[in-house]
Design a protein around this ligand. Structure first.
Ligand code: PHE
Length: 338
């Protein structure tokens, strides 16, 4: 009876007190459990009355507990009802594309519209794919044009290297397929140069290759001219200067009229009004033959450009190191671009 009064008087729905209540009466070591133990020991004639009281008592405790638990729950919900569910959620930070990715995607888009596909190859290359097949004779000084990171020797000769250009992908493509080929090869390349604002030990290229019957230097010029109009806008002027590459003959370098100062002279074009953006030429017949292609039947052109250079001109970036330092103050400036 004393307990029954206590139970009836108990009225708080505070979480900790209610829990204490549960343990005291209904817990596995609680009063009710004890009473039931006691119940086993009483004589048969007392069992009836005691049992009845006990059951009622247990019920009382349980109902009380459940009622208070309910109140507690509803109090919790009303307490939280000043939650404003119409408030906008926390924003989360979306990254931005790297400027080199922006430029690569744009270049790919332009050439895709001309029917070029994208080809890729390994960054660790052998001498054959990086040099020999491309008509670099052994011990020829042209190999020094590209300061190479050699990794491994074979039979005492430098053989495995980090590719110095993605022309190696052109070789792989021609070796494994049949003309016509119309592809561009974007990718990272490595050269052993001291790191400064103007040079780095790695950079990114997009090279291109077009091999078919009757491909001419006029096709080369018109393709690259069109590319520049798309990339830098209608009216951008181009000029070709004769050059030398072991794998093309004739070879040229292409300049564009400065996109930053409009040709009137600036730091970027060294006050000449022109900036070199790529090397190009007609694929040397030796290269075609090295790759198993009949050079009497097929001709082709190839070109190669540095993506950093293109990005520098587009976004006026003056230090190459910014591209690989992951400084978020630099990267965030490209958030608005696609
Ligand atoms: N592979 C050359 C380089 O990396 C670029 C190039 C490609 C030039 C194709 C001409 C033709 O310098």
């Amino acid at each position: 009876d004393q307990y029954a009064a206590e139970i009836k008087a108990f009225a708080t729905a505070k979480a900790d007190e209610l829990e204490a209540f549960r343990i005291k009466f209904l817990g596995t070591k609680g009063i009710i459990k004890d009473l039931f133990e006691e119940f086993k020991t009483v004589g048969p004639e007392e069992k009836r009355t005691f049992g009845k009281v006990l059951n009622e008592f247990k019920k009382l405790a349980e109902t009380k507990y459940n009622e208070l638990k309910e109140t507690q729950n509803s109090e919790l919900t009303t307490q939280n009802s000043d939650l404003d569910l119409t408030l906008p959620g926390d924003g989360f930070n979306v990254g931005s594309r790297h400027p080199l990715s922006l430029v690569r995607n744009e270049i790919i888009d332009i050439f895709k519209r001309l029917g070029f596909v994208v080809a890729e190859g390994p960054e660790i290359e052998d001498d054959w794919h990086n040099f020999s097949a491309l008509n670099f004779p052994e011990e020829h000084p042209a190999r020094d044009m590209q300061d190479t990171f050699f990794i491994k020797k074979n039979n005492g000769k430098d053989d495995i290297a980090l590719r110095t250009h993605t022309s190696s992908v052109q070789v792989r493509m021609m070796e494994h397929g049949k003309p016509p080929f119309r592809a561009i090869m974007p990718g990272r390349v490595y050269r052993n140069e001291a790191i400064s604002a103007r040079a780095h030990c790695f950079f990114h290229q997009v090279e291109g290759l077009y091999v078919d019957e009757n491909v001419s230097f006029a096709d080369l010029k018109q393709t690259l001219y069109h590319f520049v109009q798309e990339l830098y806008g209608e009216g951008t002027k181009v000029r070709f200067r004769p050059s030398y590459f072991p794998f093309t003959e004739p070879s040229a370098e292409m300049d564009v009229s400065c996109t930053i100062c409009g040709g009137s002279g600036c730091n970027m074009c060294k006050y000449s009004g022109w900036v070199e953006i790529l090397g190009c030429g007609m694929v040397d017949p030796n290269v075609l033959e090295n790759c198993g292609i009949d050079s009497n039947k097929f001709t082709g052109f190839a070109f190669g450009m540095g993506m950093e250079r293109i990005a520098n001109l587009k976004y006026v970036i003056r230090d190459l190191r910014l591209f690989s330092e992951n400084d978020s103050r630099f990267l965030k400036q490209f958030t608005a671009e696609m």
